[in-house]
Design a protein around this ligand. Structure first.
Ligand code: PLP
Length: 402
């Protein structure tokens, strides 16, 4: 018999399974609210015009070849990415206490960070929010972390942030634990701490000597303003924390499959830079040797060219305002229908996702009866909504709730 005969089948990944079920559904009213990507008013993927223009330019640029990039990536990109997240006038950058290495999008940044923390700093305890992006757990397990905990985050009854629960759980974390924080547009709840709440979180983390790992997958995509979306990170840096930021350019540049990412390292002084950089190099070298160039060439060109950067700023405003408009339409429709419950959380949340507060039975009704696909936790992607289907979705939610 085959040497592979006893390999057990792994569980399906929910979001990909739902997308397949949506594709296989031939009902004309079907709506996909499960995907983790932007969709236009027409329900289509969007290539940002500035990205299209830049890629045409790159394709025609005969000075560009396909030689390997350095192990830690394209320097014009990592510098621009680090400046985007920390701010061009950041003291950490001026004092050479911050640098970036290119990674395989946001996931790769988290993986390289986790490998480094485990191997070099001997960390094995990590805390992530309950709920969080489901890959956080998987990545840290694969990197060798053995103490994986969640901290309270979402208050299902009141459909808001459970700050008290979060602080109480972090209070129990041993010193040096790695704490994953979503920089903005928390996935899956869409609920971010306020600036005042971030200050309380920072106070506790400083006192307890906890290590912040910021997952920044939505900078600029959340509010339309990259500086505002980086507020929490810059606040922690200004307070003097040493920290990691795992940046993805999947959402804010619409470069999902091109895997453009950056791991930004902020240290107390520049003295540790070469040691950290060399160890990150070794982790990447043994993993995939060196990163792909296509996506980061686009990001680098756009961020480093003032006119293109301005066009990109327009694009992220466009995406974030369409999402806000859909939040408002969905909430207003539910209120107009008199759907039981308070739906204000839908407009108070930010970014692509909303934790609707729908329970598993209600989710099943939406999928089975109305052909509306969403995660069993009740998370929806606001981008799956548009002016043609939001009435239908609101009526279906109304029916599922009543
Ligand atoms: N972190 C969070 C919270 C996310 O939602 C995502 C994407 O969905 C990622 C990280 C990483 O995505 P990618 O690896 O595509 O950049």
């Amino acid at each position: 018999s085959s040497i592979f005969a006893n390999v057990p089948k792994g569980p399906a990944i929910e979001v990909f399974a739902l997308t397949q079920a949506f594709k296989d559904d031939d009902n004309t009213k079907k709506v996909n609210l499960s995907v983790g990507a932007y969709r236009t008013e027409e329900g289509q993927p969007w290539v940002l015009p500035v990205v299209r223009k830049t890629e045409v330019g790159i394709a025609q640029d005969e000075s560009i070849n396909h030689e390997y990039l350095p192990v830690t990536g394209l320097e014009t990109f990592t510098r621009a990415a680090t400046e985007l997240v920390l701010g061009a006038d950041s003291n950490a950058i001026k004092e050479k206490r911050a640098f970036g290495v290119q990674t395989i999008s946001g996931t790769g940044a988290i993986r390289v960070a986790a490998d480094f923390l485990h191997r070099q700093l001997k960390r094995s305890t990590v805390y992530y929010s309950n709920p969080t992006w489901e890959n956080h757990h998987k990545i840290f397990v694969d990197s060798g972390f053995t103490n994986l905990h969640s901290y309270r985050y979402w208050d299902q009854n009141n459909r808001q942030l459970d700050l008290e629960g979060m602080l109480a759980d972090l209070e129990q974390a041993p010193a040096e634990s790695v704490i994953i924080l979503h920089a903005c547009a928390h996935n899956p709840t869409g609920m971010d701490p306020t600036h005042e709440q971030w200050k309380e979180i920072a106070n506790l983390m400083e006192r307890k000597k906890l290590f912040p790992l910021f997952d920044s997958a939505y900078q600029g995509f959340a509010s339309g303003d990259p500086d505002l979306d980086a507020w929490a990170i810059r606040y922690f840096v200004d307070r003097g924390f040493e920290l990691f930021v795992c940046q993805s350019f999947a959402k804010n540049f619409g470069l999902y499959c091109e895997r453009a990412g950056n791991l930004t390292v902020v240290q107390q002084s520049s003295a540790t830079r070469d040691m950290i950089h060399s160890q990150l190099t070794l982790i990447i070298r043994a993993n995939y040797s060196n990163p792909p160039a296509y996506g980061v060439r686009i990001v680098s060109k756009v961020l480093n060219t003032p006119e293109l950067r301005k066009e990109w700023m327009e694009c992220i405003k466009n995406m974030s305002s369409r999402i806000r408009q859909m939040r408002k339409l969905l909430r207003d429709n539910l209120v107009a229908l008199g759907t039981p419950g308070n739906w204000d959380h839908i407009v108070n949340q930010i970014g692509m996702f909303s934790y609707t507060g729908l329970d598993q039975n209600q989710v099943n009704v939406l999928i089975k009866t109305y052909h509306i696909y969403l995660l069993k936790t009740g998370r929806i992607n606001m981008c799956g909504l548009n002016t043609s289907n939001v009435d239908y979705v609101a009526k279906a939610i109304h029916a599922a709730v009543t």
